[in-house]
Design a binder for this molecule. Structure first.
Ligand code: API
Length: 276
């Protein structure tokens, strides 16, 4: 039997397996089976810790419940950083993902601040299927249109709306996620700007669906809002699961994300009981 840890960041939840000592036979199908909320443990993302490469303290492999691999997961970045930092009695660790190195530091009050790296703003960074202005992507569906797009190591599109409560995220989200303008699909954010430093956000996540919070989505939202002149470079982003503090740092274009972490429970699982 294999130990696992069930963690979350504002209710965006993860099953975490530790493959640092021994490789684990994880296939996309097995990740999807474990992530299933009825036939498995259930989670928004399935996280596997791998041995730390030079210059980092841990490698974090991120998979969605559909088995697809993701290049960023902000809430999991904080969770995994806290796990490794607590193992070592450290206050700062570097989490590596397929998209880069993410330094994370412990703050007072159980908060953690992750440097999620630079926002990538070119059309072929997101990526989009063809050259376009990422500040005004030519896409519309029902009541939403004209998103801004960027990458945080994973693709994001942000639709700004006057009234978030009037938006049917569950219907619009999947159609926009799979729009052909996003060759790798996209995470879709629906954002209502409340003030120059406060945004409400609901996310439809690529390969996962609606989640209670999304760290990389919050990062993309502050960047896209600031680029549009809708907010400053710092804001509280309120999602159904709670608040994150975001800053799109002027000096280097990096996005700093501050928020809580939690372990809901630990347990054991038999990998062989899940898809081959
Ligand atoms: N929940 C994650 C985002 C997962 C992104 C994943 N859905 C993708 O395919 O990029 C976060 O806190 O950033």
């Amino acid at each position: 039997m294999l130990p696992f840890r069930k963690m979350h960041g504002l209710g965006n939840d993860f099953v975490v397996l530790d493959a640092r000592a021994h490789p684990l036979p994880i296939t996309p199908a097995r990740a999807a089976a474990i992530a299933d909320r009825h036939f498995g443990i259930g989670c928004d993302q399935f996280i596997v810790l791998e041995p730390p490469p030079a210059g980092a303290d841990v490698f974090m492999r991120i998979r969605n419940p559909d088995g697809s691999e993701a290049g960023a997961c902000g809430n999991a970045t904080r969770c995994i950083a806290s796990l490794v930092a607590d193992e070592r009695g450290a206050d700062r660790v570097v989490v590596r993902t397929i998209a880069g190195d993410l330094p994370v530091e412990r703050l007072p009050g159980g908060l953690w601040r992750a440097d999620m790296g630079p926002a990538r703003l070119r059309w072929d960074d997101v990526p989009l299927a063809h050259k376009a202005d990422t500040l005004h992507v030519p896409l519309a569906l029902g009541p939403v249109s004209d998103p801004a797009a960027c990458s945080m190591g994973n693709p994001h599109a942000t639709f700004f709306v006057p009234d978030l409560d009037a938006i049917d995220v569950a219907t619009l989200g999947p159609a926009l996620e799979h729009d052909p303008i996003f060759p790798d699909r996209a995470n879709i954010g629906f954002a209502q700007v409340l003030s120059p430093d406060h945004i409400r956000l609901v996310m439809w996540e690529r390969g996962a669906g609606m989640t209670l919070a999304c760290g990389s989505g919050a990062c993309a939202t502050i960047v896209n809002a600031a680029r549009r002149g809708l907010t400053g470079r710092r804001a509280t982003i309120t999602m159904p699961g709670g608040d994150l503090l975001l800053e799109w740092r002027e000096a280097d274009g990096h996005v700093l994300m501050t928020g809580p972490v939690a372990t809901a429970f630990t347990g054991t699982l038999d990998l062989d009981a899940y898809a081959p």
